[in-house]
Design a protein around this ligand. Structure first.
Ligand code: FES
Length: 353
């Protein structure tokens, strides 16, 4: 029978590495010097896995549960070894002392480390034909990797938009219409993700009286939208699949939570990833990620917590989460919370530490 490794802990180990140094990661789980080998594997079937750091200061998450399929790194496997996601009591004595931050005049509630919750209805929006466009996340709001815009498209044809060399990932929150990506038409519907390759442009046609609502993520950031006079014909045919909707067969479990990848590497997006997920009524234990994340709350209410502050989140709000910021998203709705996230750089939303 195959010998199973011992779980050293249900979380990865964060390390900053020295370029060229060889690290011997413990695969058996018996070492007293986790996550590194101390020779305790002697007499077992396990051997240490050697990793040589490629960059100075390289940040890695070494697997702690020893069940990762991406050894020596964490792939989120620890979440599936437990029935319940690690939780925290929102009513503990310490948590009850944490104050609730109110949104400012621009609809932003700023928490520790620049994490913030943004009320989309209160941000400034610029009108361009039938489209209203507002900036949600940018370098000005503390982001280093991704920006995000909110767009409302009324009946008619929107302007043609381009974000230069950046990858563009859209989430259609409301309305149906036709999206042209560099001349290639796609039908778009609510709860769909859309992928636009660097250098391509896009425009939307809304044939209905109800406006379309869209969240537009741009990675890397610092690219202002360019309004083009003509649609370019540079659709990248190497990546023909550009829209993706919810498919229950593609749902992945993460303890008692679910998520489904929308735009990801299978569509050609290597370092920007969009996913949709739901979380039950709960408060996850505080944790952090190596990627920067934006989250749109689609359904359900709760609180976003950082070390010393928290703020209310309601449907339609956008959460910006800087890399390595400790946090927890609490769902207080009995029916759970549904959200869509974009992580960058990253391809696996189940990795946390
Ligand atoms: S002690 Fe675990 S692999 Fe060596």
């Amino acid at each position: 029978m195959e010998e199973l490794p011992k779980v050293a802990r249900y979380k990865p180990y964060y390390h900053e590495l020295e370029k060229g140094k060889r690290y011997r990661w413990c695969s058996c789980g018996l070492s007293k010097k986790q996550p590194f080998c101390d020779g305790s594997h002697k007499g077992t079937d396990f051997l240490p896995v050697v990793y040589e750091a490629v960059e100075e200061g390289e940040e890695v998450l070494f697997c702690g549960c020893k069940h990762s399929a991406d050894q020596p790194f964490c792939d989120g496997a620890h979440n599936d070894l437990q029935d319940v996601y690690e939780e925290d009591d929102p009513n503990s004595e310490a948590n009850l002392l944490i104050p609730v931050v109110a949104a400012d005049a621009q609809g932003r509630a700023v928490l520790d480390g620049g994490c913030c919750v943004i009320q989309v209805s209160r941000i400034a929006k610029r009108e361009e034909g039938v489209m209203k466009l507002g900036e949600l996340i940018s370098r000005a709001s503390g982001a280093q990797h991704q920006s995000q815009f909110y767009a409302e498209v009324a009946k008619g044809q929107s302007p043609i938009l381009s974000f230069g060399d950046s990858d563009v990932i859209i989430f259609v929150a409301q309305g149906n219409g036709e999206l042209s990506i560099s001349g290639r038409p796609f039908a778009v519907n609510p709860e769909q993700g859309v992928y636009i390759r660097p250098q391509e442009a896009f425009s939307l046609h809304n044939p209905h009286d109800e406006p379309m609502h869209l969240y537009i993520s741009v990675c890397p950031l610092d690219v202002a939208p360019k309004y083009l006079a003509e649609m370019p014909g540079n659709f990248n045919d190497d990546f023909p699949e550009r829209t993706i909707g919810i498919d229950p067969d593609k749902r992945q479990t993460m303890s008692n939570r679910f998520f489904q990848m929308l735009v990801d590497k299978t569509m050609g997006s290597k370092v920007v990833t969009q996913f949709i997920g739901d979380i039950p009524k709960s408060k996850a234990a505080m944790h952090r990620h190596l990627y920067e994340e934006s989250i749109v709350v689609l359904k359900g209410e709760g609180y976003m917590w950082t070390e010393n502050l928290k703020t209310k989140v309601t449907p339609g709000d956008v959460i910006f989460l800087p890399r390595k910021q400790i946090h927890s998203l609490e769902c207080t709705s009995a029916d759970g919370m549904m959200l869509v996230g974009v992580i960058y750089p990253g391809d696996n939303p189940s990795i946390n530490y």
